[in-house]
Design a protein around this ligand. Sequence first.
Ligand code: GAL
Length: 667
Amino acid sequence: MTLSHHDGRWPTSGLSYGADYNPEQWSPDVWRDDVRLMQEAGVNMVSLGIFSWGLVEIADGEFSWGWMDEIVDLLEEGGIAIDLATPTAAPPGWLLFEHPEFRPVDHDMQPHWPGARLGWCPSNLVFRSYATRIARAVAERYGDREHVVMWHVGNEFGGGNGRCYCDTSAAAFRRWLREKYGTLDALNEAWASAFWGHTYRDFEHILPPRGHDSKNPSLVLDFDRFSSDELLQHYLAERAVLKEVTPDLPVTTNFMVGAEPDVVDYARWAPHMDVVANDHYTRSPDATPQQDVAFSGDRMRSMTTDRRPWLLMEHSTSGVNWQPRNRAKDPGEMIRNSLSHIAHGADGVMFFQWRASRGGAEQFHSGMVPHAGEDTRVFREVCELGRHLRALAPVQGSRAPQGRVGILFDDEAGWAMTKGVKPNNLLPYGTLVRDWHRAFWRLNVGIDVLPPWNSFAGYEVLVVPALFLVDDDTARRVTEFAEAGGTVVVGVVSGIVDENNQVRLGGYPGAFRDLLGVWSEEVVPLQAGDRFELDNGWGGIEWTEHVRVRDAEVTARYSGGPLDGLPAITSRAVGQGGRAIYVSAAIDPASIGEFVGDLLSSDENPLPDGVELVVRDTDDERFSFVINHSLRDVRVPIAGVELLTGLAVDDILELPAGEVRVIRSSI
Ligand code: GAL
């Protein structure tokens, strides 16, 4: 899926550095100080106006631009570029008061009360007309300002209004279904709606999956798809207005790509972004937050056209305020994470937010300037990161080479797997995928986390973890990949349903049964506290299957338990030296680690434990990011010029605990 819009120019010359800037929370004397501190920190771009709708459109059609004019002037004088937002994430109070019907309604039919944000129904076209009007007003007023370099549409689409069940949404859902299926017969067939006699006789009888009861999984999945599409339509409507006024400015919005299925289908949204941007927050507890950074980057990179750089639009300098206990980052952690994002393909690092708020819903969230001010560890690290990013200017525009390993990730599969009633309803999609990613990441193998429609050409290994829903085309292309000599690893809960969310009959994992040369008769989920063991010493929890072998070698069997002696892991030789491996039991991360270690030939120089090596290339140069996640100083064999210190490294890099170095060399 490639749409071409923009010429690919990056909004800043040099890696972007900055934050959401919310001057509306502060008085004008603070603004001047802000610009001084931004210059000191090396900030070159801020995202402005994200939550300012109520402050610029003070009544219906009545605009008050004074403060924003002043801020735009100040930033321009200070040489700071502006990623200017359409402020539509937070509609003004007067608008929601006049139009209570704009409020999104949850599955219990409870409206969201004003006082938060994203309080609008994505299908409400009257709301959309207000949103495009303010987008046009902002674009017409500031679009020709030299320092306005990019549009930031709304904020985190779907974060609050990801699913709306109101009557307007219901009507839009029915329109969407008519367009998708054409006839009721086709819909009834795709949804297997004869179950419980639910066969639909009229499109008007179809409702969103309201309430708590079990709903038809095909309906639920279509509602997820519809909801993502509706929000995308809203984004596209604002984008169209911006492009009409300023055809040459890039347009983006910030994704929330993490490890779980996303609220909207980002891989399907990405082609509509001129710059693909992400917000990433590490969570606690997470034993390997550094892998989470890598995972999101490996996903982001695969969403950009031709592996172009992406933008880290938000992360935090230290603690957030929305977890039960908000962990302050360790000294050096913020810099290490930031440079890891760059290593994984970002050409900019931005934060939420510039100055920690004094009041309001996010008053205890960290910022680039903490409550305690500039004489702080956080602000000193912010300045240090600014210096590093300037030193890394040569990296801008370089791209990560294709990885050895492709791991498939699909929001539709995740939605289908985690909703409705399943043999085991406690399996988290993202965790299953991330467990595989972590094992390869630990071996410092290049990984791309791909949408299933991506080309698989050039990968050595293709991992299909928890790809519960698979269409025929993907199943065929995975098979062709193995036939052409690749290694396919199919993990648990894969290939079970088709794109309509109906079970593929004849044994799991239906879509890959022929490729794997096995089928499984039955899923045998484990109960809480139970564990299975395999005869090679591996083990795990949660999911096992009664596997039957047609044409494959058994490489591990159950030892004890109800499946004692039966196959758990199988391998089949395919085509020109290819292999198809079925890991039918949910082996634990340590076992996955051993599996992956056995799978990949270990001809590479092993790095010290806890050291990550990630590369970005231009046509003739390589930038090797060496990231020491460990608490020990290490020595890494590598040569070139180190960009952060400017020192030549002859053959051994001395890398202190917790630090990052970037080696430039020719290729
Ligand atoms: C993001 C959001 C920001 C801010 C931040 C706090 O999800 O876009 O506006 O709320 O979280 O971590």
